[in-house]
Each structure stands twice: as C-alpha cells, then as structure tokens.
Write a protein that binds this ligand. Structure first.
Ligand code: FES
Length: 102
C-alpha cells in the first residue's frame, strides 16, 4: 500500500513578472488554500492525500497547472473555486473534472 493514496503536485515556479509561469497566476496562494482545505477535511495525512509544491513541470503555457498521481491527471485552474471543484470531484469522489483537464 502506498504511503499516500494520492499526491497533488502544484507547480509554483516563479519567473520574472512579465514571463509566463504558474506563480504569476497565483499558484502559491491557491496551493496554500488547497492544503488548508484538505487539512480541514482531515485527509491531508498519511494514507490519504498529500499536497506538494513542484518546480516547473514543462506546461507553463497551459498554467497554472497541477498533476495528481497515481492517476497522472493534469489540470489547470483559475482560482480557489476551480480547486474546490477538483477536490470535491476528483479527490473525494474519484471523478475527473473534464472542463479543467489539460
Ligand atoms: S512554470 Fe508551471 S509548468 Fe512551467
């Protein structure tokens, strides 16, 4: 059995202000929000889900991006509402959110 059921990697890579990168789309703020939400749900722990920061994952133009393993499903998002939907549907119910998938 895996130590964590799922890993959610948030790219938080930061470049110059006028360059494309996930951090310039609020990635750090939204990552902090997602981590707190999972803590509030009681599932940010061993045997459940882990939110991790990641450097550039090579899909900057499609960002901000996250990837969830072991499924290998990639998403983009605009704000906390989108991440709530990913948590509610994908993490909690196992249903891929097609409208945010990349
Ligand atoms: S900066 Fe996020 S994927 Fe490259």
């Amino acid at each position: 059995m895996s130590f964590f059921r799922q890993h959610v990697f948030f790219c938080v890579n930061q470049r110059e202000a006028d360059e494309t990168c996930c951090a310039n789309h609020g990635a750090r703020r939204v990552r902090d929000y997602a981590k707190q939400r999972l803590k509030d749900l009681g599932i940010h722990r061993e045997g459940e889900v882990r939110i991790n920061m990641a450097g550039c994952m090579g899909r900057c133009e499609e960002g901000p991006v996250i990837v969830i393993y072991p499924e290998g499903i990639w998403y983009t998002y605009v704000d906390e509402e989108d991440v709530d939907e990913i948590i509610d549907e994908h993490i909690l119910k196992g249903r891929v959110v097609e409208r945010l998938r990349i």
